[in-house]
Design a protein around this ligand. Sequence first.
Ligand code: UDP
Ligand code: MN
Length: 295
Amino acid sequence: KQYRLQDKSLSKLIYTQPSLLTPTRRDVLVLTSWLAPVVWEWTFNIDILNEQFQLQNATIGLTVFALKNYKEYLEQFLRSAETFFMVGHKVNYYIFTDQPHDVPQIPLHDGRKVVTLQMPSFERPQDISMQRMEFISIYSKQRFHKEVAYLVCSDVDVTFQHKVGVEILSPLFATLHLHFFMAGRETFHYERRPKSQAYIPKDEGDFYYTGSLFGGSVAEIYRLTAACHQMIITDKINNIEALQLGESHLNKYLLYHKPTKILSSEYMFNKKICFIIASLANLNNYKEHLRLRNL
Ligand code: UDP
Ligand code: MN
């Protein structure tokens, strides 16, 4: 049986009926107090999500920065993304680099392309963290909104280890930083000096989000990156630099603009501490389900 909607055919899907008295997970938080889902393995059916996403006929943009010697990470990043990132969907890889001629050419599946965007190099390593916000905001306004529905903004020094699909997409999503998985808010690496725009007092804060993976609709990512860029400029004028640079500003923004979806730390794997966390949280199969790996 086929259902027709917006000229797209949806095929019949067979799956277990949702049961109101059977939670999908008992061991982890799957919904925040502002009703944003927290995405963990076994909380979603990717076939249903893929079918629903096909109706939008949307392209997903993946922004990544590779300046100076971080260009070395590009090839394995792109190869792993072709294997695991948004399989079966249309993807534009937006690669910001100071060395456009060194972007590797790798075979891409249908509907996927690499767009190289040249940008100037930077003086201090800290600057790239700041410039990322500025460049994503400029290009969101000028270009991305015409080409993609969603943006996913990632570090380049990671590889995809398992499938990362449309389950992550939402108007505004961010990823739980693995280091602060079980930590109290007062220990988060938020900026604690009131002089900085990124300042968060000890009695505020939901989660500590990583600056390595976040995203959303182009409109929301424009707002987020433009706001973070503004905060960074103000800090510069006031002669202060936030503790974790762009990540501090991202955390400040997300405290007052709550994300509509949260990716569990499964999406941010750092091999050094994953074992500790797996034992703390008693998540037996945690390791197998980590989706991204820090290099
Ligand atoms: N980056 C870059 N060149 C550099 C340093 C950083 O292109 O010399 C980009 C790259 O995309 C990297 C991101 O900035 O993934 C964040 O830097 P890094 O991964 O070193 O930060 P960390 O993951 O240690 O917080
Ligand atoms: Mn990194």
